[in-house]
Structure formats: C-alpha cells, structure tokens
Ligand binder design. Structure first.
Ligand code: IMP
Ligand code: MG
Length: 181
C-alpha cells in the first residue's frame, strides 16, 4: 500500500502489537500503584498524545486529564537545553497526586522542568511515565517511574514522536531514512 508517511522510514524499531502489549502491562502497574484512583494525569503535548490516549484507555480508574504545551526542541534532532511553558494557564494541581506523561526521556530536561514546576505549584506527588527512554547519560538527574521501552540513543519518530512536526501519526516507532532528515 502506498503510504507517504511510511516511505520515509528506514526500519521499524517497535511495532504496533508490541507497543499495545506493553501498554497493557504499564496500565496494570498504574492501576496497582494507585488503587484508590483520584489521579490527575498531565499529558505533555504534542509528543505524548498518542501514547497517553492508548495508555489511559487501559486504566479503569476515575482520572482527570490535563494537557501542557512545552517546547524543548525547536525543530531539529538536538535538544535546545531550555524548556519553555507555552500555555497561558497552568492547571490547578495543589494537593493533587499527578501522573505526568511524556513521549520520550532523552536529556531529562523536559521531565525535570515540568516535575519541578508541578511541585512548585503545590502538587502533593508527581510520578512520571514515558513511552521511551534513551539509554544514555541525562543532563538532568531524573528517571521515569513507568517506562515503556528502553532504546538506544538514536532519533526515532512515530506513535506521537515527530521530526519537524511530522510522522506523529505513524502507528509504530521507527527510524527515519537519512534522505528524510
Ligand atoms: P529531553 O528534555 O531532552 O528529555 O527531551 C524530551 C523531548 O525531546 C521529548 O518530549 C521529545 O519531544 C523530544 N525528543 C527527544 N528525543 C527524540 C527522538 O528521538 N525523536 C523525537 N523527539 C525526541
Ligand atoms: Mg517533539
């Protein structure tokens, strides 16, 4: 089948079925760790959109969901080192148990900055979940409580992750062809 978005992919790193299975067990872990529910989930846009949508539909608790727009990458494949909060309003998190979801843990700057901000805003507890974690030294000391997959330090797209705003709608995690970069 002709697929313009798939044509740019060199190889599939993690296919849809494998992601689905992993999300089943991540959701079970979250259900187990928060037996009383009452979680406020914060989704970092746009990267965690697909992951969060698929994960949260597997969690049977009463959840509230908020989204935050942050920018740490400004286009290319390297982190800029600075995290900007782009929303005019910050969600009310005072006293809440928060589960923060992002697509990928790379340098750690994004999770660190958002986690710090949530605690500054009065969150009672912040746990973190990511679909992917790169196996590398982090610029910031931070680890995620829930990790879908550990991957090598290479640039990946799909399942929410983008390159220059594209490829988020690929249903799997893939590596781009050189010609697409
Ligand atoms: P960190 O702040 O360096 O940990 O980077 C986190 C953000 O960088 C993620 O939310 C992604 O938007 C982006 N990012 C890091 N690595 C990749 C990648 O391999 N592909 C696509 N985006 C990435
Ligand atoms: Mg991104």
């Amino acid at each position: 089948m002709h697929s313009p978005v798939r044509n740019d992919i060199e190889r599939v790193l993690i296919d849809e079925a494998v992601i689905g299975k992993r999300l089943d067990s991540m959701a079970a872990d979250i259900e187990h760790d928060f037996p009383e529910g009452r979680l406020l989930v914060i989704i970092l846009l746009k990267g965690a959109l697909v992951f969060a949508a698929d994960l949260l539909r597997r969690v049977p608790h009463l959840l509230e969901i908020e989204c935050l727009n942050v920018a740490s990458y400004h286009g290319g494949t390297e982190s800029s080192g600075k995290v900007d909060f782009l929303d005019r309003h910050f969600p009310e998190v005072r006293g809440r148990r928060v589960l923060l979801l992002d697509d990928i843990l790379d340098t750690g700057r994004t999770l660190r900055a958002v986690q710090d901000r949530l605690l500054t805003e009065g969150a009672a507890e912040v746990r973190t979940g990511v679909l992917l974690a790169k196996d590398k030294a982090r610029a910031e000391e931070v680890e995620a409580d829930y990790v879908g997959f550990e991957i090598e330090d290479e640039f990946v797209v799909g399942y929410g992750l983008d390159f220059m705003g594209r490829y988020r709608n690929l249903p799997y995690i893939g590596v781009l062809k050189r010609s697409a970069i």
